[in-house]
Design a protein around this ligand. Sequence first.
Ligand SMILES: NC(=O)C1=CN([C@@H]2O[C@H](COP(=O)(O)OP(=O)(O)OC[C@H]3O[C@@H](n4cnc5c(N)ncnc54)[C@H](O)[C@@H]3O)[C@@H](O)[C@H]2O)C=CC1
Ligand SMILES: CC(=O)C(=O)O
Length: 320
Amino acid sequence: MHHPTDRTTKLAVVGAGAVGTTLAYAALARGTARTVALLDVNREKVDAEVLDLQHGQMFVPQAQIVGSDDVAVCEGADVVVVTAGAKQRPGQTRLDLAESTVNLTRKIMPALVGVAPDAIFLMVTNPVDVVTYAAQKYSGLPHERVFGSGTVLDTSRLRAAIAAQAGVAVGNVHAYIAGEHGDSEIALWSSASIGGVPLLEWKGLSGRPALDAELRSQIAADVVQSAYRIIGGKGATNYAIGLAATRIIEAVLKDEHRVLPVSSHLEDYYGIGDVCLSVPALVDRRGATETIEVPLSDEELRDLRASAERVRATQRRFGL
Ligand SMILES: NC(=O)C1=CN([C@@H]2O[C@H](COP(=O)(O)OP(=O)(O)OC[C@H]3O[C@@H](n4cnc5c(N)ncnc54)[C@H](O)[C@@H]3O)[C@@H](O)[C@H]2O)C=CC1
Ligand SMILES: CC(=O)C(=O)O
């Protein structure tokens, strides 16, 4: 007999550290999934985090919160988000984490696929592009079902900075960061717009500057540096990535067909292939299903190719 409660949505979060717990908190506050499961090797920590989150249940949409150090807690998940593993210490780049996190990915993906064979996998652990490529390989799943949060976070940083300079709401800014989630990422100025006006033609509201080349390059540099500044000040970035990942998860669970710059497997994006990298892509219930060929200036394309090569070089170092 069919019970209406037989099928509800389940989100599994692997890694109950700064990112995983903030993401779980954001997802609970927004009612993203009916069940939120946390998995961490540190049993004491995961139990404590679950208890703390459960004590907020009265104030959020109805949800069940569970946690364990046993992978079975992720059983039947619709979306599995991976945030487990090493994070940057001040001065380290994301690529410096690859040795440790690629090994971890090799270890955990088969077990996660074993308990959640139908899930969409969202990788967050850094270096996210390399980790996503590894996760696709070690899971054996179709590429569209395994993708990375990529430059969704960086894009949000970029839009916030543009909005602050232009004096408009962040929702009125359209602009993407593409490429590596890291030092070689690229701001796609040529396709950016503010309130329907191409950004490169934006004249500035009264008393506000136009976004000239100098200001644009300052904004782009600030976006690249922002994670280092936050890590220097508090040891981790967690709030914005928690919200960014939650937005991506909702695009999947609600089959939104949302365009997001996630890190997906590129086959032939302006000739770029055999790499996971962020470009605007369609995200729906099947995962990251196709990329969108945004018009690029010659310089943007050159920089995107260089970014792809840099990520590929790291992949090769780890035999991927
Ligand atoms: N893609 C992005 O935009 C962002 C990525 N990150 C990355 O996310 C990752 C996590 O960062 P934080 O949460 O700050 O680190 P954290 O150190 O606070 O948490 C990591 C957690 O993973 C757990 N863990 C380790 N091995 C595990 C395993 N085999 N199974 C389950 N859990 C395991 C640890 O016990 C720890 O609780 C890092 O690689 C960081 O660089 C962080 C922010 C943004
Ligand atoms: C840590 C990291 O990847 C970020 O905040 O961008």
